[in-house]
Design a protein around this ligand. Structure first.
Ligand code: NAD
Length: 260
């Protein structure tokens, strides 16, 4: 049970992050939600999670591409809850284009949000975790932390970097009661995947069905999308004492994709 603990999940107004935030709240953790979206819809999510789980839920609109906003979010969590016990680095974006046509501003945004934001959250969260002698850091990487696909240069670079960062931090805090891991999902049906279908259709000259079958699920031997619930269940397991020997790991949940 996570009663009395606080989880901060970046990018938790949608998709995988929202699913993880709900499951951690369901196990008793207070939660800090973060991400973009319609204010009323986010407020409805916040109150719904708080009421159904009986925990405190706050929301930070901090932009994960802006280190100063990340720092302010972490200070607020410290003041509100006495620190973050479970940090889930999940916010991420995608852009699909050949490298010679890749817009430099998209490259910079993907590196900032999908990689550097984790450095900024981790550096702010660690001192309190070390002081308490307990912490869990879970980063949502990707199968693209382990293998590449064409037209995703910034994303693959950022996710490989996140895997490396995970291993380094795990080693630095291994004796402090803190585990640091990455989850590497294959394709999960979320708005992030839905949004990249038109660009992939354009980049490869394919129909929507062909993109799903021949590009997305072509990589996954199970031929099924991974579910948000499966990822949230693993994230919850990583918070338990039973998982305290798992650290520095990049754990694939990818229907066999990276086994090939
Ligand atoms: P999503 O688009 O449903 O959710 C992304 C979340 O990040 C949203 O809450 C959004 O508001 C937030 N976000 C985006 N930019 C932000 C910013 N600058 N600052 C703060 N929040 C921001 O996407 P998802 O599929 O749930 O992806 C979540 C994570 O999982 C990402 O890191 C993604 O790379 C990773 N992932 C997804 C898949 C997949 O197939 N969907 C596969 C592997 C890894």
């Amino acid at each position: 049970m996570l009663k009395g603990k606080t989880a901060l999940v970046t990018g938790s107004t949608s998709g995988i992050g929202l699913g993880i935030a709900k499951v951690l709240a369901g196990d008793g953790a207070n939660v800090v939600l973060n991400g973009f979206g319609d204010h009323q819809a986010i407020e409805a999510m916040r109150t719904d999670i708080a009421q159904s789980a009986g925990v405190e839920v706050r929301y930070s609109p901090a932009d994960m591409s802006k280190p100063e906003e990340i720092a302010a979010m972490m200070v607020e969590a410290e003041e509100e809850f006495g620190g973050v016990d479970i940090l889930v680095n999940n916010a991420g974006i995608q852009h699909v284009a050949p490298v010679h046509e890749f817009p430099p501003e998209k490259w910079d945004a993907i590196i900032a949000i999908n990689l550097s934001s984790s450095f900024h959250t981790v550096r702010a969260a660690l001192p309190t975790m070390i002081g308490k002698g307990w912490g869990r850091i879970i980063s949502i990487a990707s199968a693209h932390a382990l293998v590449a696909s064409p037209y995703k240069s910034a994303y693959v670079t950022a996710k490989h970097g996140l895997a490396g960062f995970t291993k380094v931090v795990a080693m630095e805090v291994a004796t402090a009661g803190i585990t640091v891991n990455a989850i590497a999902p294959g394709y999960v049906w979320t708005p992030l995947v839905e949004k990249q279908i038109p660009d992939t259709m354009k980049a490869r000259g394919l129909t929507e069905e062909e993109v799903k079958r021949d590009v997305l699920l072509a990589a996954q031997p199970t031929k099924e999308f991974v579910t948000i619930e499966q990822l949230a269940a693993l994230a919850l397991f990583l918070t338990t004492d039973a998982a305290s020997a798992i650290t520095g790991a990049v754990l694939p949940v990818d229907g066999g994709w990276t086994a090939q």
